[in-house]
Design a protein around this ligand. Structure first.
Ligand code: FE2
Length: 256
């Protein structure tokens, strides 16, 4: 089995598009489709033909390209069963616990409600990669628009439980703002301090800060670190449940 080829490119103002190709079979998936023109340009740059779109959630900045790309390439759109009525052009509906084949690779689906009620993520274990949409970002997480804080915390725990060496592709480049916020929550975290400097250098060079590695998020992302004594102390939540610590961090970010 050959290694998957993955190509990430910027879209819209702060989204990322991602193309994934299985060289053994030639299948090519776009992870979400923020805008048709950018996906088309990335495909022609690589010389690839689109066969699939894997949708994480229905928001327009993740699905606007679905219908024009489907019309042009005849690609199959796989997306979240629990919000299928809102995903343009959906062909195959999947949900938590499902597995499907993408070329010679198995893809596992997790339901991660919270940002939207039907949000899903895709994990390809043999490639050690997950596409997490707007569930988790570098040092951040998606806003909780359609679920409870406890539900979003449970969703983030599904990402946290993947092997730590998993590479995470996320929907947005929000890392600089997330880094500044993270420092207000856990200023004594040495890993976080070092990462903030790395991120500043990357952005100064106009380079992406994504993808990220789960191990890095476990060490620095305040939305996943509810067990950190420093965070609990700073929030005055020493004996609260983990999800309550998460909720307070999310609410502070919303206000910031
Ligand atoms: Fe979104």
């Amino acid at each position: 089995m050959s290694k998957l080829e993955i190509h990430q490119f910027p879209c819209l103002s702060d989204n990322y598009g991602v193309l994934v190709r299985d060289p053994d079979t030639g299948v090519v998936a776009s992870i979400d489709a923020p805008e048709a023109d950018a996906v088309r340009a990335a495909l022609s740059e690589k010389g690839w033909k689109l066969t699939h779109i894997l949708t994480t959630h229905y928001h327009a900045d993740h699905t606007d390209g679905n219908l024009p790309l489907k019309e042009e390439f005849g690609c199959t759109i796989i997306g979240p069963r629990d919000e299928a009525d809102k995903v343009r052009g959906i062909d195959i509906k999947v949900g938590d616990g499902d597995t499907f084949e993408f070329g010679s690779h198995s893809v596992k689906v997790f339901g991660t409600p919270g940002h939207t009620s039907g949000h899903i993520i895709y994990w390809i274990p043999d490639a050690s990669v997950a596409f997490v949409g707007d569930t988790l970002f570098a040092m951040g997480c998606g806003r909780v628009f359609e679920g409870s804080m406890q539900g979003m915390w449970n969703s983030i725990q599904k990402v946290a439980a993947l092997p730590p060496e998993t590479t995470l592709y996320c929907g947005h480049e929000y890392t600089s703002a997330n880094a500044a916020f993270a420092l207000t929550i856990e200023p004594g975290n040495a890993d976080l301090q070092a990462r903030v400097k790395q991120v500043a250098a990357l952005r100064a060079d106009g380079k992406p800060t994504l993808p990220t590695q789960l191990s890095e998020e476990l060490a620095t992302n305040p939305f996943i670190r509810a067990d950190s004594p420093e965070i609990r102390k700073n929030l005055g939540l020493e004996s609260a449940a983990d999800w309550e610590v998460f909720a307070e961090v999310r609410e502070r970010k919303n206000r910031g």
